[in-house]
Design a protein around this ligand. Structure first.
Ligand SMILES: [Zn+2]
Ligand SMILES: [Zn+2]
Length: 395
């Protein structure tokens, strides 16, 4: 029996049971303590020895190792501040917390992969690093694990375990079950977060000429920011500028002294990634100045754009064709969403691929929706594709 053969009914039932147990107990970014504990117990039951890395993350290694090849497999762990409305029997038992992005499925798939590999560890000439990563949604988890030496072997004091390639996956509800998406180059955008404080001078709502209205200036800044994408940037270079929140003033007859805007910028190209912070900051300041107000911008960077290595993508696309239940390989999907697997992919050749989990013919809810559900038939497909890629990597 090879370690990459399709999952049988009993294994699939076990995989789904792990996923449902994790789904019931979601935890937010970087506080995945119970999740970490539960993963440690399951991994130890396979004879593995996971070590905490990056706070609430985990890593463990397996394989004979003599070939010197090291491949990392990564699953993210965190849930979202969403009140679940899925109606599922195994819905979240934690109010205001939900695995609404499918990271429960990613963990369960990596557990299934871990169990297979642990049973066949002697068949692996190199080393596999299993990485369970906290804090994907807030973009901090990958960086925290790297700071603990995840990629250079220092997480366990063994430089010979420096990672040479990495694989990660995401279930995707807008792709039908049976479709795998593997696309080379930039596939997910850089994620930035801006916070603009527009400051004027408050006063009486009936005497506007004695004030400098921060709400009017703030509204002008919102409008001006739309022109970054529509007038300032090459239409062939993808960019999104979204103002997601605007807060100003206190009541109907008082001119607001301050108005605060929060939003996000998404880019693919390194050129725009470099230029956007200064462009946005200057545009906000000069627009506010036209209204005799000021605008101070705080600009934070969450994740860089995710670039898939063409060679690793070809490997995944090639092996996926042989996996049970795979009916289509998509080679085009890119999106302006972000993913901090990008920080691993910046350091080593990597493939981050998508696994369709939307039942055919049914309208699927988007990720992060309170009604988000997945087709669990996608799970054994995802795990088998991952195992086949491992087998191909080690030849
Ligand atoms: Zn998400
Ligand atoms: Zn996600």
């Amino acid at each position: 029996m090879s370690y990459w053969q399709p999952f049988d009914a009993a294994e699939t039932a076990g995989l789904i049971a792990w996923r449902r147990a994790l789904h019931e107990q979601p935890e937010l970014s970087l506080v995945e303590h119970d999740t970490q504990r539960s993963l440690v117990a399951t991994l130890r039951s396979f004879g593995l020895d996971p070590i905490p890395v990056g706070g609430t993350g985990l890593a463990c290694e397996l394989g004979r190792g003599e070939s010197g090849q090291v491949l990392m497999l990564r699953a993210d762990m965190d849930a979202l501040p969403v009140q679940e409305q899925s109606g599922l029997a195994f819905a979240s038992q934690r109010p205001g917390r939900m695995h609404a992005c499918g990271h429960d499925a990613h963990m369960a798939c990596l557990l299934a992969v871990a169990k297979r590999l642990a049973t066949h560890a002697n068949a692996i000439a190199g080393k596999v690093i299993l990485a369970f990563q906290p804090g994907e949604e807030d973009g901090q988890g990958a960086v925290k694990m790297m700071a603990d030496g995840l990629l250079d072997g220092t997480w366990c004091g063994r430089p010979e375990l420096a990672v040479q390639a990495a694989l990660g996956l995401h279930v995707w509800s807008k792709l039908p079950t049976g479709t795998i998406s593997a696309v080379a180059g930039p596939i997910m955008a850089a994620v930035d977060d801006f916070h603009i404080v527009v400051k004027g001078c408050g006063g009486h709502g009936a005497l506007p000429h004695q004030t400098r209205d921060a709400v009017v200036a703030g509204a002008a800044v919102v409008q001006a920011l739309q022109t970054l994408a529509s007038r300032r940037i090459d239409p062939l270079d993808p960019v999104v500028v979204t103002v997601g929140s605007i807060q100003g003033g206190t009541t109907f007859n008082v001119v607001a002294e301050t108005c605060e805007l929060r939003g996000t910028v998404r880019t693919f190209s390194p050129d725009l990634y470099e230029r956007l912070p200064a462009m946005l900051t200057e545009l906000a300041a000069k627009t506010a100045e036209a209204y005799e107000c000021t605008a101070k911008t705080t600009y934070r960077r969450y994740a860089i754009a995710l670039h898939n290595d063409p060679g690793e993508v070809e490997r995944v696309a090639r092996v996926a064709e042989g996996a049970r239940g795979v009916v289509a390989i998509d080679r085009q999907m890119r999106m302006m969403g972000g993913e901090d697997f990008a920080f691993f992919a910046e350091k080593v050749p990597a493939c981050f691929f998508f696994v369709g989990c939307g039942p055919l013919g049914t309208a699927s809810e988007p990720h992060h929706s309170p009604r988000f559900v997945i087709d669990e038939a996608a799970l054994p497909i995802a795990a088998e594709v991952m195992l086949r890629a491992v087998a191909d990597f080690f030849g």
